[in-house]
Design a protein around this ligand. Structure first.
Ligand code: GLU
Length: 302
């Protein structure tokens, strides 16, 4: 497909594990199945969580599996100026604002309203600083997730989107998420802003990533619309669960896969994606068979 650009966007918090190899493989397969390009972006905005050298290990692991990016990888830590420009545009247009609330301020405000709204351990911000800081020093920068209507009240923003695997999706951004952080109190850029700016910069047309990230998509679509950027097509793949039924992640101790046996690692990743592959052969044979199997399983995206 002309113009297809896919990407894999690992956070270098450690080597790739079996779950992240599945995400890498799925995005690569979809790009190849569409005759498109595949890029890699190192998402190292959350520097305190990054492990020095993990980026190079990840690139080496991918290369050992024959997953070679079609262009030089992008490092988010080099892109602060672009994130700042995007934030400035949102601030200038009234779609972002400084927030002076601490976590305790947010919890107290929610309790005073008789609401304790928590989502994945995050409090849903009640919008306290939408009307100004009221003397508090600015801490984080937030994206506005509601539209002001004539009488001074707010109208919710609903985002509807289509996922190639999950089908039609819908989220009331104002209620489910609230005004989310674009730049943290410590100055670090938030994933939501960085990913939107960089998907556009890399001209990503198709995002293929794990289902745990599906819930972020409405926030990203909201920012794309505010910044006048195109919305890519989305496919969220099933998560790979460990023996204990939990999502495989570095946090719960998933192991780096063994890149001295790339064919075995690739075959396991392909199996997790429901692709049945013939035994044996080289990593290149495995990848070739996986592209054919992927094409059958996932119809071409629009
Ligand atoms: N950096 C994110 C992660 O490793 C992935 C972001 C994305 O694919 O949008 O979970």
């Amino acid at each position: 497909m002309a113009g297809y650009v896919g990407r894999f966007a690992p956070s270098p918090t450690g080597p790739l594990h079996e779950g992240s190899l599945v995400a890498a493989l799925a995005s690569w397969l979809d790009a190849r199945a569409h005759g498109g390009r595949w890029l890699v972006r190192i998402e190292d905005v959350d520097l305190p969580r990054c492990v020095p050298g993990a980026d190079q290990i990840i690139l080496r692991q991918l290369a050992a599996c024959g997953l070679l990016p079609d262009d030089t990888p992008l490092w988010q830590s080099h892109r602060g100026e672009r994130y700042r420009q995007a934030l400035e545009r949102l601030l200038a247009e009234g779609w972002a604002y400084p927030c002076g609330c601490t976590r305790k301020d947010i919890a107290d405000a929610l309790a005073a309203q008789g609401r304790v709204r928590e989502r994945h351990g995050e409090l849903v911000y009640p919008g306290t600083c939408r009307n100004g800081l009221q003397g508090k020093p600015p801490r984080a920068m937030r994206a506005l997730c509601a539209t002001r209507h004539g009488g001074g009240g707010w109208t919710d923003i609903e985002i509807a989107w289509q996922d190639r695997r999950l089908g039609p999706q819908r989220q009331n951004l104002s209620r489910a998420v609230g005004d989310f952080v674009l730049q943290r109190a410590d100055g670090l850029w938030a994933y939501q802003l960085a990913v939107v700016v960089d998907d556009a910069e890399q001209q990503v047309s198709h995002v293929v990533r794990g289902e745990d990230l599906a819930d972020n998509t409405p926030r990203q679509i909201h920012l794309q619309r505010l910044l006048g950027l195109p919305t890519p097509s989305y496919l969220h793949t099933p998560l790979v669960l460990g023996a204990n039924g939990e999502k495989l992640s570095k946090q719960n101790g998933a192991l780096a896969f063994d890149d001295s046996r790339p064919r075995v690692a690739l075959a396991r990743a392909a199996a997790a994606l429901g692709l049945a592959l013939p035994e044996g052969g080289t990593p290149a044979d495995t990848l070739g068979a996986a592209v054919a199997a992927w094409r059958e399983r996932w119809p071409a995206a629009a």
